[in-house]
Ligand binder design. Structure first.
Ligand code: DC
Length: 219
């Protein structure tokens, strides 16, 4: 296994944009671990599997009908050989993903694929909710990004061209689900660099995160 940097945080805290840019600057691989949950959620929705049908979800997680692939600009999800990466970003898929992520057996089933992303590469930047605590507890640098809830909703609304109120309501539900679940809840990893991005520009966040990583890792 090469170097691993983890970036965790709540929905729309900027982790995807920041971690992707960091990976680019370091010349490393990048993965959004949420794509595993979203991918499984998308496929389960297609197959009309109930979010609490854990045995079926676990079986589906092992199916060769879908896969997750790393690439520079997005973590791709392929279903029946079609690229469904854009479809998994829908809020209904995110909400279903958040629901199924409560089940320990579902989390366990997706863990191996997430960990495999670090194999065979000089370095990996992994983002999600439990990357620094569960997926890569041995990561050499851990970051936790956060921002005010209304600020995060405004960001996501601008990105998706939707009303801020509906995004905010969905985000509140998802934050609560993600941080109160019994298994691997969203939490700040020990020794993580915690950065509140509410009043920072994106270039400033990236610069601070890169500086932290370069102090920890000789790259
Ligand atoms: O980061 P995201 O919005 O793409 O993640 C979608 C859902 O997947 C999130 O609400 C909870 C779950 N998830 C998780 O439980 N653990 C992760 N490491 C990443 C995502």
């Amino acid at each position: 296994m090469g170097w691993v940097v983890t970036i965790d945080g709540p929905a729309a805290s900027g982790k995807s944009t920041v971690s992707r840019e960091l990976a680019k600057r370091l010349g490393w691989q990048w993965v959004s671990t949420g794509a595993f949950y979203r991918g499984l959620a998308y496929v389960a929705l297609q197959k009309k599997i109930a979010f609490d049908d854990v045995p079926q979800l676990v079986e589906l997680s092992r199916s060769s009908e879908w896969s997750v692939e790393m690439s520079d600009s997005k973590t791709k999800v392929l279903f029946q050989r079609q690229d469904v990466s854009d479809l998994i970003s829908r809020e209904d898929v995110g909400n279903y993903a958040s629901k199924i992520s409560h089940y320990p057996d579902v989390r366990k089933a997706l863990l191996e694929g997430q960990r495999a992303c670090s194999l065979g590469h000089a370095g990996l930047v992994a983002e999600g909710r439990d990357c620094g605590t569960i997926v890569f507890p041995q990561a050499q640098a851990k970051i936790y990004l956060t921002a005010d809830q209304s600020h995060r909703a405004a960001r996501r609304a601008a990105e998706e061209g939707q009303a801020q109120e509906s995004i905010l309501a969905a985000q509140k539900t998802r934050d609560k689900q993600d941080s109160t679940r019994k298994v691997a809840p969203l939490q700040v990893p020990e020794s993580a660099y915690v950065l509140d991005t509410t009043h920072l520009s994106l270039p400033d966040v990236i610069q601070k995160v890169e500086h932290f990583v370069r102090e920890k890792i000789p790259v």
